[in-house]
Design a protein around this ligand. Structure first.
Ligand SMILES: [Zn+2]
Length: 414
């Protein structure tokens, strides 16, 4: 492992593209310390450590930090907290928030946020050259620039395709009235064409494990559409019929416009709660393998948050040229899991099949923290493989260049 420091130094020089974030286009940097220190990875750990975060909603950023400050000592072992420490130290020369210095620390963050080139400076320090940003299909599409590019999320369009409200929203946004299956196809085509015209580089959606798909059937979807528009009862099977048809239409349009689809799998949302845990259904990857084959002109970039799915998808990616696997999502974004997933992919897949990094960040400061973690983990994994004799130093560097830069550039046509 003597190679690690030198490999890390070389890998830090390779720019990367962040293929999945939730940055706000017009305010990409955190406007206050709370936005950084209370990122949802941190608040869920604080909650687990006994801090009452439910009352945060009604508090000012300063009061939230005061409430949270006693919890930082209890989570300073976690990797999320390690990321937070890197962000605060490297970008602001600050330690973890402490009750006595929150005022001073907040002032420093706010001063930085006010600087015109702060976002650019953070991304330069992170060595991130481009950032993809998720935006919901129902909201006005923000226009990208040379730093940020749009991924249009169509989760609710697919998942709630049986609802008259969704169909109404689709009609309003596209100007295409939806009365029958042919209209639905036209409206979806219009939505994708508009997104492409407005600079979207991908479409995307996350599906819960219980969400299943079958090959779309236009006649059956038309019948469900009529029921939905008349406000009639929709069965579970009807829902599957219409969402399968809509997803097929979305993917057909992606193929037509040469747009990739970012698919997120492995998270189960707990009903009536903000919380999400990992989850998968046996057989779901066979179902997605069928989807990938049926839509073989679409490149699927799959983000996964469950080790079983990560393993099964590595097998699928070996046989589907149109499937790329990226980064490590949510509960896999911790060193132990990142190493496992990375090593599996390096061993099993051509070096052109993975985008190495995404942050899932809501402000650019967290892109910095996550980029630092991922570059470290990539360097550790590759130096171990070089040590074991499976990779040469040169191949390890070529692979890093592909994972960090060349693959996202090619997949998202940046
Ligand atoms: Zn996300």
């Amino acid at each position: 492992m003597d190679l690690f420091p030198s490999l890390l130094e070389e890998i830090e020089q390779i720019p990367t593209i962040d293929v999945h974030t939730h940055i706000t286009f017009d305010s990409p940097a955190a406007s206050d310390l709370a936005q950084i220190a209370l990122y949802h990875f941190i608040t869920s750990e604080l909650e687990a450590a006994g801090i009452d975060i439910a009352k945060f909603d009604t508090l000012s950023p300063h009061k939230k930090l005061l409430e949270a400050s006693s919890g930082f000592a209890r989570i300073k072992n976690t990797t999320s907290c390690w990321c937070l420490e890197q962000i605060l130290r490297d970008l602001f020369a600050l330690p973890l928030p402490h009750e006595s210095d929150i005022q001073e620390a907040s002032k420093r963050v706010e001063e930085s946020a006010g600087r015109a080139d702060w976002t650019g400076e953070v991304l330069r320090k992170a060595n991130v050259s481009r950032v993809l940003v998720c935006a919901d299909w129902r909201k006005p599409v923000p226009s990208g620039d040379n730093l940020f590019a749009l991924v249009l999320r169509v989760d609710s369009l697919v998942n709630e395709a049986h609802s008259a409200r969704t169909l109404d929203q689709l009609s309003n946004i596209t100007g295409q009235p939806v009365y029958e299956a042919g209209d639905l196809k036209k409206a979806v085509g219009e939505l994708v064409a508009n997104a492409k015209h407005q600079g979207a580089v991908a479409l995307g959606a996350a599906f819960d494990p219980q969400t299943d798909f079958v090959p779309g059937d236009r006649t059956a979807a038309g019948s469900v559409l009529s029921l939905a528009l008349l406000g009639q009862k929709i069965t579970r099977e009807d829902r599957r019929t219409i969402r399968s048809y809509v997803l097929d239409m979305v993917l057909q349009s992606c193929a037509e416009h040469g747009i990739p689809f970012q698919l997120m799998l492995g998270i189960r949302h707990i009903p009536n709660s903000e919380q999400a845990i990992t989850g998968y259904e046996v057989g779901s990857i066979a179902m997605y393998a069928d989807l990938f084959k049926r839509h073989n002109r679409v490149v699927f970039d799959v983000l996964v948050s469950h080790t079983v799915l990560a393993e099964e998808l590595a097998v699928v990616a070996r046989s589907c040229p149109n499937v790329v696997l990226s980064g490590a999502w949510w509960y896999l974004a911790f060193p132990n899991a990142i190493r496992k997933v990375l090593r599996q992919r390096v061993e099993m897949l051509p070096m052109t099949k993975c985008c190495g990094f995404f942050s899932d960040a809501q402000c650019v400061e967290w892109i910095y923290g996550r980029a630092k973690l991922f570059r470290r983990e990539l360097s550790i994994t590759l130096s171990q493989l070089v040590f074991e004799g499976y990779l040469s130093h040169q191949t390890a560097l070529q692979l890093a260049q592909h994972y960090l830069l060349e693959n996202p550039k090619r997949v998202y046509k940046l």
